[in-house]
Design a protein around this ligand. Structure first.
Ligand SMILES: [Cu+2]
Length: 196
């Protein structure tokens, strides 16, 4: 073979490769062009059509969700208004004088109630000035609600003296402070009123 022949073969191969490449490119383009209209026809067996359908469904779902959110938005505002309304009313209610109940439950005449904080229930109450504490004797025995401590004795701020089963004793607290109290009959019975 001559050098010219080799060059000729090389050129021929080169042309062939380019031609094949063109043909493949053209056929690929043709394939894409052929596929594109098929996908538009939404043939169920066509995977592209399935994907297109799923995308469309997803878009519709998102659109519907956005519509629902838009519909809910005004009711959200209404809710916010109704929620804030009782909160505004609560503020003056907090400053209105109120009555706190304290029970002298059954069994408070027996030592040991102080260990489970059940001589006066609740044993400690926190109130505001002007509020009232109402003790009710829910036990069968008579008791007292006497300000002071068992060790120091009654200090005279308030004293129910003996009050019977079923009776109540109310004290309105006008001055802030911490008020200890106890039962003069059963000195293990102690309680506290914190007035803010
Ligand atoms: Cu008592």
């Amino acid at each position: 073979m001559t050098t010219m022949d080799k060059a000729g073969i090389g050129l021929a191969i080169g042309i062939t490769v380019v031609a094949v490449a063109f043909t493949m490119a053209a056929s690929l383009q043709g394939f894409e062009m052929a596929v594109a209209p098929v996908s538009k026809e939404s043939t169920p067996s066509d995977p592209f059509a399935d994907i297109a359908e799923k995308v469309k469904q997803r878009e519709q779902a998102i659109e519907e969700q956005m519509k629902m959110v838009a519909k809910e938005a005004p009711s959200f505002e209404e809710e916010a208004v109704t929620v804030s309304t009782p909160r505004i009313e609560d503020v003056p209610e907090m400053t209105e004088p109120m009555t706190v109940q304290v029970s002298l439950p059954s069994g408070s005449s027996v030592p040991g109630c102080e260990e489970i904080l059940e001589c006066y229930v609740p044993t400690s109450v926190s109130i505001n000035t002007g509020d009232t504490v109402s003790w009710s004797n829910d036990d069968t025995a008579a008791h007292t609600v006497s300000s002071g401590t068992p060790a120091g004795g009654p200090d005279g701020v308030f004293d129910s003296s003996l009050f019977m089963a079923g009776a109540t004793f109310d004290v309105t607290f006008d001055n802030p402070g911490s008020y200890d109290y106890f039962c003069m009959v059963h000195p293990w019975m102690v309680g506290n009123v914190q007035v803010n």
